[in-house]
Design a protein around this ligand. Sequence first.
Ligand SMILES: *Cc1c(COP(=O)(O)O)cnc(C)c1O
Length: 364
Amino acid sequence: MRPILATIHTSAFAHNLQVVKKHAPKSKVMAVVKANGYGHGLLHAAAGLKAADGFAVLGINEAIKLREAGYQQTILLLEGVFDASELTLSARHHLEIVVHCLPQIDILEMAKLTTPLNVHLKMDSGMHRLGFAPHDYLSALKRLKACANVANVTLMSHFATADDERGIDAPLSVFKSVTKALTHPISLANSATILRHPNAHFDWVRPGIMLYGATPIADAPAKSFDLKPAMTLTSEIISVQTIQKGESIGYGHRFTATKTTKVGIVACGYADGYPRHAGQFANDELQHGAPIAVCGQMTQTLGRVSMDMLFCDLSQIPEAHIGAPVELWGETVPVDNVATACGTVGYELLCAVSARVPFKVIQN
Ligand SMILES: *Cc1c(COP(=O)(O)O)cnc(C)c1O
């Protein structure tokens, strides 16, 4: 069998959930498992995070999958419903919904639901993506309160710069000034806010990336928060080449050896989700690619990533032969470091792991 494998560590999820609780001990935890559990598999992530108070997903199908798997906690649809039929389904499965725009209130008012729904009313506190503008927020709340299909309302917003030096002071004060007379529960904090801004934890926190063991903050490694990677992506060396000075490898001959170089070919390519532009953002002359580990030793990718394979430098790893173990990311190679060498964030790499990669779940 082709040797690529994504191993999911259930215990890392449980550990990272404890890290969330340590930072936000008074808040309930809504574990964000959208995008197929950030690429880990929705049900794998949910199993690891079963102690969470709730789950947040994007699509109603993901929510129903969780209900059908037996999860009884709060399940929130992060963008709410897209039409009236999803509202009926939401009521049937006891889902909670975000309401972020007027047409969603119209749908709620016109529906005839058997049970009223809990609603998370979203304010646009400055990100300008989803949500009611601050000056429209209270009138939206008034309509929800008057609507027979609405049970409880949670006040919700999302921050654009919780992970950098600009912080959340401006949007938080907008949110607070609009809601100061209200006593509803509040939900604001993503991972970066949980780790950096305890003044915005409130009733619910909504961690995503930190639960998977990657960092939400560019200059702070996941390890510095005691987070453990929930996924290890591994493969093997399937061919070894020795190239001479002046010879080049791969499509476009993007890497040319300056000395005799032992090169390993790894069974992992962009069709597995590994970024094709790996290494294009490497920042010094000696650095040609993204970090990768072979036989437990750090090295780097070389040349262009192909659809099904990539190259790596084995010059310093004499024991590496065909069949040698390779870690693309995980305990030895933080996914965030691979992401940096690819000009992106760990979120994108994890979400992109493709359907052809087999998964193995271990309970260690
Ligand atoms: C994705 C998402 C989160 C989780 O964000 P992380 O940065 O992964 O912690 C929280 N809230 C909302 C509304 C989201 O869309």
